[in-house]
Design a protein around this ligand. Sequence first.
Ligand SMILES: Nc1ncnc2c1ncn2[C@@H]1O[C@H](COP(=O)(O)OP(=O)(O)O)[C@@H](O)[C@H]1O
Ligand SMILES: [Mg+2]
Length: 221
Amino acid sequence: MSEKILIAKDIHKAFTLGVNHIEVLKGINLELERGELVTLLGPSGAGKSTLMNILGGISNPTIGTVYLNGSDLYKLNDSNLSLMRNRKIGFVFQFYNLLPDFTALENVLLPAMIAGKDETERAKELLNELGLGSRLQHRPGELSGGEQQRVGMARALINNPDILLADEPTGNLDTENARRLIDLFVRINITRKQTVLLVTHNMEFARLSKRIIEMKDGKVV
Ligand SMILES: Nc1ncnc2c1ncn2[C@@H]1O[C@H](COP(=O)(O)OP(=O)(O)O)[C@@H](O)[C@H]1O
Ligand SMILES: [Mg+2]
C-alpha cells in the first residue's frame, strides 16, 4: 500500500534584493511515497537548493504548503518545527556542515542528544555500515571529503528520519568517492526502506533512482 510521506503543493519562493524582486520557485508540486528514492535534477540556479531548504523545514515558502507525514510544516510553531527537523528530517549538505571540534562519533550523536537519547551503539553501527568503523575518534579535519560526507549521512540518519534530503552531497567529491556515496544512498534506501530525495547534477547517478524530477527556472519540467 502506498503512503505519501511528503507532499509539496504550489510552492513559490521570492527574494527581494533592494528594488529587485526575484521569483525563484514558481509553483512547484511534488509528492514522495514512503520508501521511494527520487532524484532531483536540474541546472545550477534552477532553484533546487531553495526547494530542498523549504522541504527540509529550513526556510519557509512565500506561498504554498509542505506536508511531512501529515503535518503542515509551516503551520507549526518554531519549537515544533525544530522538533520536526530534529526527529523527522535528515539533511545532508553539500559542504558537510560538521562541527570541527567534535569527533565523527560526536557529530553523529549530536541530533540524538538534542532528542534526549543515547544512541552511542547505533551511531557506531551506522558509522561502521558506512565504512567508517576505524574513524570514530577522528575530527572532520582529519577525514577526507568522502569520509566527512559519510559522517554527515550518519548524522542525518541517527534519529531515523521520515525523509532523508541530500542537496548535491557529491558536489565536492571526486568521481570515485561520489560514486561510492551514491551507492550508499541506494543501499540505505533498499536495506532500511529509507525515503530519500537526492539532488544531483549527474545523470548517471540520477538513473539509479526509479524516478527523476527535473527542474528548470523554478519549475518542474
Ligand atoms: N537568499 C537569497 N536571496 C536572493 N536570491 C537567492 C537566494 N537564494 C537563492 N537565490 C537565487 O535563487 C536562484 C536559485 O538558487 P538555488 O536554489 O541555489 O539554485 P540551485 O540549487 O538549483 O543551483 C539563484 O538565481 C539564486 O541567486
Ligand atoms: Mg544548489
